[in-house]
Design a protein. Structure first.
Lengths: 328, 381
C-alpha cells in the first residue's frame, strides 16, 4: 500500500492510553463539577503522573499530540493540556515537562501590557505570547479566576509583567499559533465525535409514537450527515499535523501542503463541524438537550467557546485567504 | 498518517497529466458542450496507447485503487468529462470478474483499447433509487432470451458499443432475487435510443427494448444473480472514480474571474474562496481515504457514501456562493461578453444539481449511513 491514512502503532498506543485515562478519570461529571472555572487541579496532577505534559518536547509527533487532543475533547476534560503542549513546544524547559508548571499561549499580541482573554490564563503559571516585536515567555502569578464564559473555560487577561524570557522575534508566533490551532482542532473533533455518539444513543433509546425516534428518517438524516464531516475534520487535522513548515499552496490544483494554511483550515473546519454536530445532537435530544441535566449542553457550549476564543471564523477565513491567494 | 504520495505514484500522476495536457484541449471541451456528448475519444485512445485503461481496470491490470483515484482526480481537476470512461473501466472490471472467458475475449479488447464505451441500463422511468423493483423483462424462449421494457438515464447509449442491462427474469420471488444482468452489443435489433436533453447540456437517453433477442452469451453472471453483479460493480467503483472534487476547477475559474474583475478584494468573496478551498481539501482527503481503504483490502462503501454527500453538497454551496458573488456576470453563459469565467460559473450552477442525485441520492446514502454505520433502527418508509 502506497498511502497510509491509519493511525501509526505509536498513535494507537496514545489513543488507548488517553481514552482509558479520560474514561476513568474524567467522565462528563468531572467537567460539570469543574464549572464555572473549568479547571480540575487534581485531574491535572493525575494527568501529569502519566507524563502527558511533557509529550510535546519528548519525542511525540504533532500527529501523536492530535490523537491525545481528540481524546481530551471527547471527555471535555477540564485540564489545559492543549494550551500547555503548544506553549511547551515553544518554550521547552524542564518544569513544563513534568507538569509542575502550567503554561499557555496568548492568542493575541499584548496591548498596553495586557494579553486579553488568554486560554487557560486563569490557571497557567507561564504565558507565551507576543509583546511588541518579541515572542516571550512570562512567569507570573495565575489569578485563579476569570470572566464567566460560554465554555466554562479558564480564560483570563494576563499582564506581560513578570519573570521574562525572550524566545525570539514575534514572527515566530505564526508557527506557535498554528500548532495551537491544530491541537485545538483535534479537541474539537473529539467534541464532535462525542456529540454524535450522545445523539445516536439518545435516538436509539428515546421512544415516541411507540417507536425509538431513531427510526424516523428526519432524525436519522440529521445524524447521518455528521460522520463524514467528523472524519473529514479528523483527516484535515492530521494532515495539518503532518505538514512541516512552509509548503505548496496551489488551490487550483488542489495541492496545499503548507503548515500554517492547513492549520488554519483544520481549525476553521473542525470548529464548524463541532458547532454543527453539537447543534444537531442537542436538537435530537429535544427539550432534554436544553436542560442542564443532560450532558450534550456541556459539549454544545465548549464547541463554540473553544473555537471562538480565537476569532470570528470569517475573520480567520480572510487570513487564510491571504495565505492561499495572496494579501490584497 | 502519511499524506505524501510515493515517487512511483507521483510519476504515474505526471504521466496522466501529460496525456491530459496533450489531449484535453479547449476545443474538445467546447465540442462536448456543443454536442452534448461528454467524452473525448482522443483522450481515451491516448490513455489506451500507453496501456493505462487496462492498467486501471480492477482485477485485469494493476487495478491499484490509489492509481484509480489519481487517474480520475487528474481528469476531474482538468474538467475532462470522465463519466463515460469511468463506467467503461468499471464495467470492464465486472466482466473480468464475473464474465465467461468467451465474454472477456469478445468484449474487453475494445474497451481497453479505448475504442468502445459501455452504457448502463439500470434505472427505469418508474424505478430510480428503488432499482431492485425494475420491470424490464427477459423471458426464456428456446435457446434465446427475449427482452422487453424501457430504461432511463442511459447516458452514452447513442455512442456506446456495449450495453449492460438489468432485467427481471423471475417476477415471482422477492425483488432482489429475480434479476439477471445482460451485456450485449448496442446494435442488437430491437434497441432504440431517444435523446433526453438536460439542463447541463449533457445529453442522456431513454432506451427502449422491443423483442430484443439474445443468447446465453449475453448473460453476465448467473441467471437470477443480477443483484450480486450490481454489488460487484459498486464494490469496484469504491468512490474513487471521480465526482468528489468538482469544486477544484470551480474555484480555479472563480478565482480567475475575481482577480480580473477586482472582486478578489471583497472580504466576503475572500471568505467564501477560503471556505471553498477548505471544502476542496476535505473532499480530497475523504476520497484519498477511500482509496487507502480499498488498497488495504477493505470495501469503503460507507466511506464512499460520506464522501459523496460531502463533496456534492459542498460543490452546490460553492456554486451558489460564486454565482451570487459574481452578480449579473454569473448568469451569463459561455461566449457572452462579460460572462464570469467565460461562462463556467453559470455552467456549474446548471451542472451541480444533478450531483446529489445520480450515482445514489444523498437521501439513499444517508439511509445507508444511518442504518449501517450509526446502527440506527431500520427506518419506517
Amino acid at each position: 500500500v502506497t498511502v497510509d491514512l491509519g493511525l501509526s502503532p505509536d498513535q494507537q498506543s496514545v489513543e488507548e492510553l488517553f481514552s482509558t485515562f479520560f474514561a476513568k478519570e474524567a467522565p462528563p461529571s468531572v467537567a460539570r463539577a469543574a464549572e464555572p472555572l473549568g479547571f480540575d487541579r487534581a485531574l491535572w496532577d493525575r494527568l501529569a503522573e502519566t507524563g502527558a505534559p511533557g509529550m510535546g518536547v519528548e519525542g511525540a509527533t504533532m500527529g501523536d499530540l492530535v490523537v491525545a487532543a481528540e481524546q481530551l475533547g471527547r471527555a471535555i476534560a477540564p485540564v489545559p493540556l492543549v494550551e500547555h503542549l503548544a506553549a511547551s513546544r515553544a518554550h521547552p524547559v524542564p518544569e513544563l515537562c513534568d507538569g509542575s508548571t502550567i503554561a499557555t499561549i496568548s492568542l493575541r499580541p499584548a496591548v498596553d501590557g495586557v494579553w486579553s482573554l488568554v486560554p487557560a490564563g486563569a490557571v497557567a503559571d507561564v504565558v507565551v505570547g507576543v509583546d511588541g516585536d518579541e515572542l516571550v515567555a512570562v512567569r507570573s502569578e495565575a489569578p485563579g479566576s476569570g470572566p464567566r464564559n460560554h465554555a466554562a473555560a479558564p480564560l483570563a487577561d494576563r499582564p506581560t509583567a513578570g519573570l521574562r524570557t525572550v524566545l525570539g522575534p514575534a514572527s515566530q508566533f505564526d508557527a506557535v499559533l498554528a500548532e495551537w490551532q491544530v491541537l485545538t482542532a483535534g479537541a474539537l473533533v473529539g467534541i464532535a465525535a462525542a456529540a454524535l455518539d450522545l445523539g445516536v444513543e439518545y435516538a436509539k433509546t428515546r421512544v415516541q409514537f411507540g417507536v425509538p425516534i431513531g427510526t424516523f428518517q428526519a432524525v436519522q438524516h440529521a445524524l447521518a450527515e455528521l460522520p463524514g464531516l467528523i472524519d473529514g475534520a479528523r483527516l484535515l487535522t492530521h494532515k495539518a499535523a503532518w505538514a512541516e513548515g512552509p509548503g505548496a499552496i496551489d488551490t487550483g490544483d488542489n495541492a496545499v501542503e503548507d503548515q500554517v494554511a492547513l492549520a488554519s483550515m483544520a481549525f476553521v473546519f473542525a470548529g464548524d463541524v463541532a458547532t454543527h454536530a453539537t447543534d444537531r445532537s442537542l436538537h435530537v435530544h429535544g427539550g432534554y438537550g436544553f436542560s442542564e441535566e443532560y450532558d450534550i449542553q456541556l459539549f454544545y457550549r465548549r464547541a463554540r467557546g473553544w473555537s471562538l476564543v480565537l476569532d470570528d471564523p470569517a475573520a480567520e477565513c480572510r487570513r487564510l485567504a491571504d495565505r492561499l491567494f495572496g494579501a490584497r | 498518517m502519511d499524506f505524501s504520495l510515493p515517487p512511483e505514484v507521483e510519476a504515474y500522476r505526471q504521466q496522466i497529466r501529460a496525456i491530459v495536457a496533450r489531449t484535453v484541449t479547449p476545443e474538445r471541451i467546447e465540442r462536448c458542450h456543443q454536442t452534448g456528448t461528454f467524452d473525448i475519444p482522443e483522450l481515451n485512445q491516448a490513455l489506451a496507447a500507453e496501456g493505462l485503461i487496462e492498467r486501471a481496470v480492477p482485477g485485469l491490470g494493476k487495478g491499484d485503487p490509489i492509481e484509480l483515484w489519481v487517474l480520475f482526480n487528474e481528469l476531474e481537476k482538468a474538467q475532462e468529462p470522465f463519466d463515460a470512461l469511468a463506467v467503461s473501466v468499471m464495467i470492464a472490471g465486472v466482466v473480468n470478474r464475473v464474465g465467461t472467458e468467451e465474454q472477456k475475449a469478445r468484449i474487453l479488447p475494445s474497451i481497453i483499447e479505448g475504442r468502445s464505451h459501455v452504457c448502463m441500463g439500470y434505472s427505469e422511468p418508474d424505478y430510480g433509487s428503488d432499482v431492485a423493483s425494475i420491470t424490464t423483462r427477459a423471458v426464456r424462449d428456446g435457446d434465446e432470451w427475449v427482452i422487453n421494457g424501457a430504461k432511463m438515464w442511459t447516458t452514452m447509449a447513442h455512442v456506446a458499443d456495449w450495453l449492460i442491462l438489468l432485467t427481471r427474469t423471475d417476477p415471482d420471488v422477492p425483488k432482489h432475487r429475480g434479476l439477471t444482468m445482460f451485456i450485449l452489443p448496442m446494435d442488437t435489433p430491437g434497441i432504440s435510443v431517444e435523446p433526453v436533453p438536460t439542463m447541463a447540456t449533457e445529453r442522456t437517453n431513454a432506451t427502449f427494448y422491443d423483442d430484443v433477442r439474445v443468447g446465453d452469451e449475453a448473460v453476465l453472471g448467473e441467471v437470477d444473480g443480477g443483484w450480486s453483479v450490481m454489488t460487484v460493480a459498486l464494490s469496484l467503483e469504491r468512490g474513487v472514480m471521480g465526482g468528489t472534487n468538482p469544486g477544484v476547477p470551480l474555484l480555479r475559474h472563480f478565482r480567475e474571474w475575481a482577480e480580473a474583475s477586482g472582486a478578489i478584494t471583497d472580504p466576503l468573496v475572500r471568505e467564501r474562496m477560503a471556505r471553498v478551498a477548505i471544502d476542496n481539501e476535505v473532499a480530497k482527503l475523504l476520497t484519498q481515504r477511500s482509496a487507502w481503504i480499498a488498497a488495504s483490502g477493505g470495501t469503503p462503501g460507507l466511506e464512499g457514501s460520506m464522501t459523496k454527500i460531502f463533496a456534492t453538497e459542498a460543490y452546490q454551496k460553492a456554486s451558489r456562493w460564486f454565482m451570487q458573488s459574481a452578480g449579473p456576470a454569473g448568469i451569463l453563459q459561455f461566449h457572452e461578453d462579460g460572462a464570469a469565467a467565460d461562462g463556467w460559473i453559470e455552467y456549474d450552477a446548471r451542472h451541480s444539481p444533478v450531483t446529489t442525485i445520480y450515482g445514489g441520492t444523498s437521501e439513499i446514502n444517508r439511509n445507508n449511513i444511518a442504518e449501517r454505520h450509526l446502527g440506527l433502527p431500520k427506518a419506517r418508509r
